[in-house]
Ligand binder design. Structure first.
Ligand SMILES: Nc1ncnc2c1ncn2[C@@H]1O[C@H](COP(=O)(O)OP(=O)(O)OP(=O)(O)O)[C@@H](O)[C@H]1O
Ligand SMILES: [Mg+2]
Length: 334
């Protein structure tokens, strides 16, 4: 029986229909209006979710060839994320589930990024090591079951995606900056400028990206506006290489510390080609399988929420009517 999943934690309005680990539809409507502000404006995001939620759910049902009457449960992102944005998705899910007396499956967004790896084709079974690198988080996750993960290390300051978006903005690129920075970097020389390799002497599994961002600010200041525009490709390549270098070195360190049987990625930054190639090479060197999840399952989507929801304890009607979303909070998956 199909499950409907809804994800509205940031600026993408997403709905998906799943049959177990099989994705029957996965609809994502990204809000382009944030581009002119150079970042997501929470109130604008919430209002757009209100407009988009119903058409996106309708599209997901139509793509899957099912109706509301066919559903057996409704999953929804409960947090972490922008609270107003989350509440639109949660209210939509309750409004669909309650009249039909369907169970509600409140799901953790970060567990969703991990659970993208549980989907067909080629589902990965725990235990495995997962690098979650997204707009709001950078976490080395020890995944030992389907419900949760252990935080082995995380960023001490900015998230990798946040740093990439800020760098892209300094280089005059649009928002979100990741895909554009990757495109520009492809024609640049990653060694033309020297960027600090942060945390390289730190024996732990933490990350830091704020120093890298500051290094770019100073280089751009020295180059001036025209010089920065002229050397933008080299700057993008150097910055991207420094981010990827740090992420991969910490994956290597986590593999030194514990014999994980497989490595996976999750979160929007995991869509980055050079990162995927670098982690894949590292795994090949170590003789460990690397699970390459598709790029569209890395950035925010509802299929990953439906995947995680399969392992969530259901809430029954009417208990969930007063269930609340959370902006920050449990990050270990539960
Ligand atoms: N090809 C890419 N290369 C590098 N970064 C990318 C790429 N594609 C997307 N990103 C980055 O991924 C981030 C968005 O990821 P995601 O949608 O998972 O974040 P989020 O949901 O806002 O944050 P979180 O998951 O932490 O709550 C953005 O910072 C974006 O620039
Ligand atoms: Mg996300």
């Amino acid at each position: 029986m199909p499950l409907l999943a809804i994800e509205t934690s940031c600026d993408d309005t997403c709905a998906a229909v799943l049959d177990g680990p099989r994705v029957l539809s996965n609809v994502i409507s990204s809000q382009s209006e944030h581009e002119r502000y150079g970042g997501v404006v929470p109130e604008v995001a919430s209002r757009h979710h209100l407009e988009l939620a119903v058409p996106v759910v309708d599209a997901a049902l139509a793509d899957a060839g099912v109706t509301f009457g066919d559903l057996d449960s409704v999953a929804v992102t409960a947090g972490p994320g922008l609270i107003g944005a989350l509440l639109v998705g949660l209210s939509t899910a309750k409004a669909i589930a309650a009249p039909r007396r369907l169970p509600l499956l409140p799901t953790n967004h970060l567990q969703g990024h991990v659970a993208a790896n549980f989907l067909e084709p080629d589902p990965l079974e725990p235990p495995f090591l997962c690098l979650i690198a997204s707009g709001g988080h950078t976490i080395l996750a020890g995944v030992r079951d389907h419900q949760s993960f252990e935080i082995l290390g995380e960023t001490l300051d900015d998230a990798a995606g946040e740093a990439i978006d800020k760098a892209a903005r300094m280089l005059g690129l649009g928002f979100p900056g990741g895909p554009e920075l990757e495109r520009l970097a492809a024609s640049g020389d990653p060694e033309a400028f020297s960027f600090p390799v942060a945390m390289s002497r730190d024996p732990g599994l933490g990350f830091s990206f704020s120093g890298l961002k500051t290094a770019l600010v100073y280089i751009c200041r020295d180059l001036g506006e025209d010089g920065t525009a002229e050397r933008a490709a080299d700057l993008a390549a150097g910055f991207q290489a420094a981010v990827v270098g740090q992420l991969v070195s910490k994956v290597g360190r986590a593999l030194d510390a514990e014999a994980w049987p497989a490595v996976a990625l999750g979160g929007g930054v995991a869509a980055n080609g050079p990162l995927r190639e670098a982690v894949s090479s590292l795994c090949e060197e170590r003789g460990i399988p690397f699970k390459e999840v598709s790029r569209e399952l890395c950035t925010d989507n509802a299929a990953m929420i439906g995947s995680a929801a399969r392992f969530v304890d259901p809430l029954v009607f009417p208990d969930y009517l007063s269930f609340d979303a959370f902006a920050t909070g449990p990050r270990g998956g539960r």
